[in-house]
Design a protein around this ligand. Structure first.
Ligand SMILES: [Zn+2]
Length: 382
Protein backbone atom coordinates (compact mmCIF):
# COMPACT_ATOMS: atom_id res chain seq x y z
CA UNK A 1 0.00 0.00 0.00
CA UNK A 2 1.65 3.22 -1.10
CA UNK A 3 1.06 6.59 0.48
CA UNK A 4 0.70 10.07 -0.94
CA UNK A 5 3.54 12.51 -1.41
CA UNK A 6 3.16 14.88 1.58
CA UNK A 7 1.19 17.95 0.63
CA UNK A 8 0.36 21.27 2.30
CA UNK A 9 -1.05 24.67 1.30
CA UNK A 10 0.75 27.94 1.98
CA UNK A 11 -2.04 29.59 3.97
CA UNK A 12 -4.31 32.25 2.52
CA UNK A 13 -7.52 32.24 0.47
CA UNK A 14 -9.33 35.18 -1.12
CA UNK A 15 -11.64 36.92 1.33
CA UNK A 16 -15.26 36.68 0.12
CA UNK A 17 -16.54 39.84 -1.60
CA UNK A 18 -18.94 40.36 1.30
CA UNK A 19 -16.04 40.34 3.78
CA UNK A 20 -13.95 42.73 1.66
CA UNK A 21 -16.91 45.15 1.58
CA UNK A 22 -17.20 44.87 5.34
CA UNK A 23 -13.50 45.64 5.80
CA UNK A 24 -13.99 48.86 3.78
CA UNK A 25 -17.00 49.77 5.93
CA UNK A 26 -15.05 49.07 9.12
CA UNK A 27 -12.23 51.36 7.91
CA UNK A 28 -14.83 54.11 7.41
CA UNK A 29 -16.32 53.52 10.84
CA UNK A 30 -19.64 52.37 9.41
CA UNK A 31 -19.69 49.00 11.19
CA UNK A 32 -18.32 47.80 14.52
CA UNK A 33 -15.42 45.42 15.14
CA UNK A 34 -17.95 42.81 16.34
CA UNK A 35 -19.86 43.06 13.07
CA UNK A 36 -16.63 42.61 11.13
CA UNK A 37 -15.58 39.69 13.36
CA UNK A 38 -18.85 37.91 12.64
CA UNK A 39 -18.13 37.92 8.91
CA UNK A 40 -14.51 36.92 9.50
CA UNK A 41 -15.65 33.95 11.56
CA UNK A 42 -18.09 32.94 8.87
CA UNK A 43 -15.36 33.16 6.19
CA UNK A 44 -12.95 31.10 8.32
CA UNK A 45 -15.57 28.40 8.88
CA UNK A 46 -16.40 28.24 5.18
CA UNK A 47 -12.66 28.12 4.29
CA UNK A 48 -11.96 25.27 6.69
CA UNK A 49 -15.01 23.23 5.69
CA UNK A 50 -14.29 23.54 2.00
CA UNK A 51 -10.57 22.83 2.41
CA UNK A 52 -11.41 19.73 4.45
CA UNK A 53 -13.80 18.65 1.67
CA UNK A 54 -10.89 18.63 -0.83
CA UNK A 55 -9.39 15.70 1.10
CA UNK A 56 -6.47 17.81 2.27
CA UNK A 57 -4.68 16.14 5.20
CA UNK A 58 -3.96 19.54 6.76
CA UNK A 59 -5.94 22.76 6.56
CA UNK A 60 -5.73 26.49 7.31
CA UNK A 61 -8.43 29.06 7.95
CA UNK A 62 -7.40 30.92 4.80
CA UNK A 63 -6.11 33.83 6.93
CA UNK A 64 -9.55 35.40 6.69
CA UNK A 65 -9.00 37.56 9.80
CA UNK A 66 -5.51 38.77 8.82
CA UNK A 67 -4.90 42.19 7.22
CA UNK A 68 -2.17 40.48 5.21
CA UNK A 69 0.45 37.74 5.57
CA UNK A 70 2.97 40.44 6.56
CA UNK A 71 0.98 43.03 8.51
CA UNK A 72 -1.22 40.83 10.74
CA UNK A 73 1.00 41.54 13.79
CA UNK A 74 0.82 45.29 13.21
CA UNK A 75 -2.65 46.42 12.11
CA UNK A 76 -6.27 45.21 12.05
CA UNK A 77 -6.81 46.15 8.40
CA UNK A 78 -4.67 46.74 5.37
CA UNK A 79 -5.69 50.42 5.39
CA UNK A 80 -4.01 50.69 8.79
CA UNK A 81 -6.98 50.75 11.15
CA UNK A 82 -5.74 49.70 14.58
CA UNK A 83 -2.06 50.29 13.83
CA UNK A 84 0.20 49.17 16.70
CA UNK A 85 2.08 51.74 18.83
CA UNK A 86 5.42 53.11 17.58
CA UNK A 87 4.41 52.74 13.94
CA UNK A 88 3.42 55.20 11.21
CA UNK A 89 1.71 54.31 7.95
CA UNK A 90 4.35 55.62 5.56
CA UNK A 91 7.09 52.98 5.55
CA UNK A 92 9.10 51.34 2.79
CA UNK A 93 7.54 49.68 -0.20
CA UNK A 94 7.32 46.05 0.59
CA UNK A 95 6.98 45.43 -3.15
CA UNK A 96 6.10 47.03 -6.44
CA UNK A 97 4.26 44.48 -8.56
CA UNK A 98 4.49 43.86 -12.33
CA UNK A 99 1.01 45.32 -12.93
CA UNK A 100 2.19 48.63 -11.40
CA UNK A 101 0.44 48.47 -8.02
CA UNK A 102 2.43 48.49 -4.82
CA UNK A 103 2.12 47.52 -1.18
CA UNK A 104 3.71 49.55 1.59
CA UNK A 105 4.89 48.61 5.07
CA UNK A 106 4.45 50.77 8.16
CA UNK A 107 7.46 52.64 9.50
CA UNK A 108 8.87 52.21 12.98
CA UNK A 109 9.03 55.51 14.88
CA UNK A 110 10.36 54.34 18.22
CA UNK A 111 10.86 51.40 20.56
CA UNK A 112 10.14 48.94 21.89
CA UNK A 113 8.87 46.90 18.96
CA UNK A 114 6.06 44.53 19.98
CA UNK A 115 3.48 42.50 18.04
CA UNK A 116 -0.04 43.67 18.64
CA UNK A 117 -1.52 40.43 17.30
CA UNK A 118 0.09 37.00 17.12
CA UNK A 119 -0.95 34.52 14.44
CA UNK A 120 -2.12 32.26 17.27
CA UNK A 121 -4.67 34.87 18.39
CA UNK A 122 -6.51 34.15 15.13
CA UNK A 123 -5.69 30.45 15.04
CA UNK A 124 -7.26 29.90 18.48
CA UNK A 125 -10.59 31.12 17.12
CA UNK A 126 -10.37 28.78 14.13
CA UNK A 127 -9.17 25.59 15.83
CA UNK A 128 -12.65 24.60 17.09
CA UNK A 129 -13.99 24.92 13.53
CA UNK A 130 -11.62 22.24 12.16
CA UNK A 131 -11.83 18.48 12.33
CA UNK A 132 -8.46 17.99 10.60
CA UNK A 133 -4.98 19.11 11.76
CA UNK A 134 -4.28 22.80 11.15
CA UNK A 135 -1.25 24.67 9.95
CA UNK A 136 -0.40 28.32 10.55
CA UNK A 137 1.68 30.70 8.45
CA UNK A 138 3.69 33.44 10.15
CA UNK A 139 5.74 36.33 8.80
CA UNK A 140 9.54 36.16 8.64
CA UNK A 141 11.62 38.49 10.79
CA UNK A 142 13.44 39.48 7.60
CA UNK A 143 10.28 41.11 6.22
CA UNK A 144 9.58 42.97 9.45
CA UNK A 145 13.20 44.12 9.66
CA UNK A 146 12.17 46.50 6.84
CA UNK A 147 10.02 48.42 9.35
CA UNK A 148 13.22 50.02 10.59
CA UNK A 149 14.40 52.91 8.40
CA UNK A 150 16.90 51.69 5.81
CA UNK A 151 19.43 54.36 6.73
CA UNK A 152 20.20 55.98 10.06
CA UNK A 153 18.99 55.09 13.52
CA UNK A 154 15.84 55.79 15.48
CA UNK A 155 16.78 57.96 18.45
CA UNK A 156 16.83 55.92 21.64
CA UNK A 157 16.18 52.66 19.82
CA UNK A 158 19.27 51.36 17.99
CA UNK A 159 18.82 48.90 15.14
CA UNK A 160 20.52 46.10 17.11
CA UNK A 161 18.01 46.50 19.94
CA UNK A 162 15.15 46.44 17.44
CA UNK A 163 16.45 43.23 15.86
CA UNK A 164 16.77 41.57 19.28
CA UNK A 165 13.14 42.48 20.04
CA UNK A 166 12.04 41.34 16.58
CA UNK A 167 13.68 37.93 16.96
CA UNK A 168 11.97 37.51 20.35
CA UNK A 169 8.56 38.40 18.89
CA UNK A 170 8.96 36.03 15.91
CA UNK A 171 9.99 33.18 18.18
CA UNK A 172 6.89 33.85 20.32
CA UNK A 173 4.71 33.94 17.19
CA UNK A 174 5.84 30.44 16.21
CA UNK A 175 5.70 28.95 19.72
CA UNK A 176 2.24 30.38 20.35
CA UNK A 177 0.98 28.85 17.08
CA UNK A 178 2.22 25.41 18.14
CA UNK A 179 0.80 25.92 21.64
CA UNK A 180 -2.58 26.81 20.12
CA UNK A 181 -2.58 23.48 18.29
CA UNK A 182 -0.93 24.04 14.90
CA UNK A 183 0.88 20.91 13.71
CA UNK A 184 2.93 22.87 11.17
CA UNK A 185 4.10 26.48 11.05
CA UNK A 186 5.47 27.95 7.82
CA UNK A 187 7.32 31.24 7.61
CA UNK A 188 6.50 33.51 4.66
CA UNK A 189 9.73 34.64 3.01
CA UNK A 190 8.60 36.35 -0.20
CA UNK A 191 11.18 39.11 0.36
CA UNK A 192 13.97 36.57 -0.25
CA UNK A 193 13.61 36.51 -4.01
CA UNK A 194 12.79 40.22 -4.14
CA UNK A 195 16.11 40.94 -2.37
CA UNK A 196 17.94 40.40 -5.68
CA UNK A 197 15.65 42.51 -7.83
CA UNK A 198 17.62 45.79 -7.83
CA UNK A 199 14.48 47.83 -8.48
CA UNK A 200 15.56 51.51 -8.37
CA UNK A 201 12.01 52.50 -7.31
CA UNK A 202 12.37 50.31 -4.21
CA UNK A 203 15.77 51.03 -2.60
CA UNK A 204 16.04 48.06 -0.22
CA UNK A 205 15.96 45.61 -3.16
CA UNK A 206 19.29 47.02 -4.36
CA UNK A 207 21.20 46.52 -1.10
CA UNK A 208 22.17 42.84 -1.34
CA UNK A 209 20.20 42.06 1.80
CA UNK A 210 19.60 38.35 1.13
CA UNK A 211 22.38 37.02 3.36
CA UNK A 212 21.36 39.42 6.13
CA UNK A 213 17.77 38.11 5.84
CA UNK A 214 18.90 34.48 5.98
CA UNK A 215 21.10 35.10 9.03
CA UNK A 216 18.32 36.97 10.84
CA UNK A 217 15.80 34.19 10.17
CA UNK A 218 18.30 31.63 11.43
CA UNK A 219 18.53 33.53 14.71
CA UNK A 220 14.86 32.58 15.20
CA UNK A 221 15.10 29.04 13.78
CA UNK A 222 18.13 28.22 15.91
CA UNK A 223 16.01 28.71 19.04
CA UNK A 224 14.06 25.56 18.11
CA UNK A 225 15.08 21.92 18.48
CA UNK A 226 15.54 19.70 15.41
CA UNK A 227 12.29 17.93 16.36
CA UNK A 228 10.45 21.27 16.37
CA UNK A 229 12.13 22.41 13.16
CA UNK A 230 10.85 19.34 11.30
CA UNK A 231 7.50 21.13 11.38
CA UNK A 232 8.75 24.65 10.74
CA UNK A 233 8.83 25.60 7.06
CA UNK A 234 9.90 28.48 4.84
CA UNK A 235 7.79 29.70 1.90
CA UNK A 236 9.40 31.34 -1.12
CA UNK A 237 7.64 32.93 -4.09
CA UNK A 238 7.89 35.89 -6.48
CA UNK A 239 4.85 37.45 -4.78
CA UNK A 240 1.16 36.91 -5.39
CA UNK A 241 -1.25 39.81 -5.13
CA UNK A 242 -4.10 40.91 -7.41
CA UNK A 243 -2.99 38.03 -9.66
CA UNK A 244 0.40 39.73 -10.17
CA UNK A 245 4.01 39.01 -9.08
CA UNK A 246 6.98 41.18 -8.07
CA UNK A 247 10.18 39.22 -8.66
CA UNK A 248 9.61 36.34 -11.09
CA UNK A 249 12.53 37.55 -13.22
CA UNK A 250 15.03 37.01 -10.40
CA UNK A 251 16.89 33.77 -11.15
CA UNK A 252 16.30 31.04 -8.55
CA UNK A 253 20.02 30.28 -8.79
CA UNK A 254 20.59 33.57 -6.95
CA UNK A 255 18.18 32.65 -4.14
CA UNK A 256 18.22 28.92 -3.47
CA UNK A 257 21.82 28.43 -2.25
CA UNK A 258 21.21 31.08 0.43
CA UNK A 259 17.64 30.02 1.17
CA UNK A 260 18.59 26.44 2.02
CA UNK A 261 21.10 27.80 4.56
CA UNK A 262 18.09 28.39 6.77
CA UNK A 263 17.78 25.53 9.23
CA UNK A 264 14.11 24.84 8.54
CA UNK A 265 12.71 21.34 8.09
CA UNK A 266 10.69 22.08 5.00
CA UNK A 267 10.30 24.58 2.18
CA UNK A 268 7.19 25.60 0.21
CA UNK A 269 8.63 26.59 -3.16
CA UNK A 270 6.82 28.37 -6.02
CA UNK A 271 7.48 26.29 -9.11
CA UNK A 272 4.31 25.69 -11.15
CA UNK A 273 4.63 29.11 -12.81
CA UNK A 274 8.36 28.75 -13.57
CA UNK A 275 9.24 28.42 -17.25
CA UNK A 276 12.09 25.92 -16.74
CA UNK A 277 10.85 23.74 -13.90
CA UNK A 278 13.42 20.97 -14.30
CA UNK A 279 16.28 23.40 -13.80
CA UNK A 280 14.74 24.53 -10.50
CA UNK A 281 14.03 20.95 -9.35
CA UNK A 282 17.70 20.31 -10.00
CA UNK A 283 18.76 23.38 -8.01
CA UNK A 284 16.54 22.25 -5.13
CA UNK A 285 18.12 18.79 -5.27
CA UNK A 286 21.60 20.28 -5.26
CA UNK A 287 21.17 22.89 -2.56
CA UNK A 288 18.65 21.42 -0.10
CA UNK A 289 20.35 19.64 2.77
CA UNK A 290 19.96 16.11 4.12
CA UNK A 291 21.06 17.49 7.49
CA UNK A 292 20.28 21.07 8.43
CA UNK A 293 21.53 21.07 12.02
CA UNK A 294 19.76 17.80 12.76
CA UNK A 295 16.79 18.01 10.43
CA UNK A 296 16.38 16.95 6.77
CA UNK A 297 15.06 19.66 4.44
CA UNK A 298 11.89 18.54 2.63
CA UNK A 299 11.18 20.38 -0.64
CA UNK A 300 7.47 20.97 -1.25
CA UNK A 301 7.43 21.97 -4.90
CA UNK A 302 4.69 24.23 -6.23
CA UNK A 303 2.33 22.33 -8.53
CA UNK A 304 -0.57 24.81 -8.52
CA UNK A 305 -0.54 28.41 -9.74
CA UNK A 306 -2.94 30.47 -7.58
CA UNK A 307 -2.69 33.48 -9.93
CA UNK A 308 -3.98 31.60 -12.97
CA UNK A 309 -7.68 30.67 -13.07
CA UNK A 310 -7.07 27.58 -15.22
CA UNK A 311 -7.38 24.56 -12.93
CA UNK A 312 -4.48 22.11 -13.12
CA UNK A 313 -5.37 18.45 -13.61
CA UNK A 314 -4.36 15.78 -11.11
CA UNK A 315 -2.36 14.17 -13.92
CA UNK A 316 -0.35 17.38 -14.44
CA UNK A 317 0.35 17.53 -10.71
CA UNK A 318 1.42 13.88 -10.70
CA UNK A 319 3.69 14.33 -13.73
CA UNK A 320 5.37 17.37 -12.16
CA UNK A 321 6.09 15.46 -8.95
CA UNK A 322 7.43 12.40 -10.77
CA UNK A 323 9.77 14.67 -12.76
CA UNK A 324 10.83 16.49 -9.58
CA UNK A 325 11.69 13.12 -8.02
CA UNK A 326 14.39 12.68 -10.65
CA UNK A 327 16.30 15.50 -8.93
CA UNK A 328 15.01 15.60 -5.34
CA UNK A 329 15.15 12.43 -3.19
CA UNK A 330 11.55 11.20 -2.91
CA UNK A 331 11.83 11.01 0.91
CA UNK A 332 12.39 14.77 0.82
CA UNK A 333 9.73 15.67 -1.74
CA UNK A 334 6.34 17.28 -1.12
CA UNK A 335 3.67 19.18 -3.08
CA UNK A 336 2.30 22.66 -2.45
CA UNK A 337 0.72 25.67 -4.14
CA UNK A 338 3.00 28.38 -5.56
CA UNK A 339 1.74 30.88 -2.99
CA UNK A 340 -1.22 31.64 -0.81
CA UNK A 341 -4.31 32.28 -2.95
CA UNK A 342 -4.64 35.86 -1.58
CA UNK A 343 -1.91 36.96 0.83
CA UNK A 344 -3.49 40.44 1.17
CA UNK A 345 -7.02 40.82 2.54
CA UNK A 346 -8.13 43.29 -0.10
CA UNK A 347 -7.72 41.55 -3.46
CA UNK A 348 -10.36 41.42 -6.18
CA UNK A 349 -8.51 38.61 -8.05
CA UNK A 350 -8.88 40.38 -11.43
CA UNK A 351 -7.92 37.44 -13.65
CA UNK A 352 -10.53 35.31 -11.90
CA UNK A 353 -13.46 37.72 -12.24
CA UNK A 354 -14.16 38.08 -8.52
CA UNK A 355 -12.85 36.89 -5.17
CA UNK A 356 -15.84 34.56 -4.82
CA UNK A 357 -15.13 32.87 -8.16
CA UNK A 358 -11.45 32.73 -7.14
CA UNK A 359 -12.43 30.88 -3.94
CA UNK A 360 -14.37 28.27 -5.94
CA UNK A 361 -11.37 27.83 -8.24
CA UNK A 362 -8.93 27.64 -5.32
CA UNK A 363 -10.71 24.64 -3.82
CA UNK A 364 -10.77 22.87 -7.21
CA UNK A 365 -7.04 23.50 -7.50
CA UNK A 366 -6.36 22.21 -4.00
CA UNK A 367 -8.40 19.07 -4.77
CA UNK A 368 -6.28 18.50 -7.91
CA UNK A 369 -3.10 18.84 -5.85
CA UNK A 370 -4.30 16.32 -3.28
CA UNK A 371 -5.32 13.81 -5.96
CA UNK A 372 -2.14 14.33 -8.00
CA UNK A 373 0.06 13.91 -4.91
CA UNK A 374 -1.67 10.58 -4.24
CA UNK A 375 -1.12 9.44 -7.81
CA UNK A 376 2.55 10.43 -7.64
CA UNK A 377 2.92 8.57 -4.34
CA UNK A 378 1.67 5.41 -6.04
CA UNK A 379 3.83 5.88 -9.08
CA UNK A 380 6.94 6.55 -6.99
CA UNK A 381 6.10 3.65 -4.69
CA UNK A 382 6.19 5.72 -1.52
ZN1 LIG B 1 3.88 33.52 -1.61
Amino acid sequence: MSTSIPTENVGSLPRPAKLQEAIAKYDKGEITQDQLAELQDEACRDSIERMEATGSPIVSDGEQRASSFATYPLADTLAGTGLAPNLAGDGQYFAIFDDGHHRQLPRLTGGPFRYKTFAADYLKKSMPMASKPMKQAVIAPSMLSLLYPLDGEIEGYPRAQFLDDLVDECEKDIRKAFDAGAVRVSIDFTEGRLANKNDPRNPWTGRNMLQEFVDLNNRVLDRFTPEERRNIGIHTCPGGDCDSVHSAEVDYAELLPAMFQMNAGYFLIQLASETDKERVYKLCGEHSREDANGVPQVCFVGVIDPLNPTVETAQQVCDALVTAAKYIPKERLGATDDCGFSPFSVDVKPKHGSPDIARDIAFQKIAARIEGAKMAGEQLDM
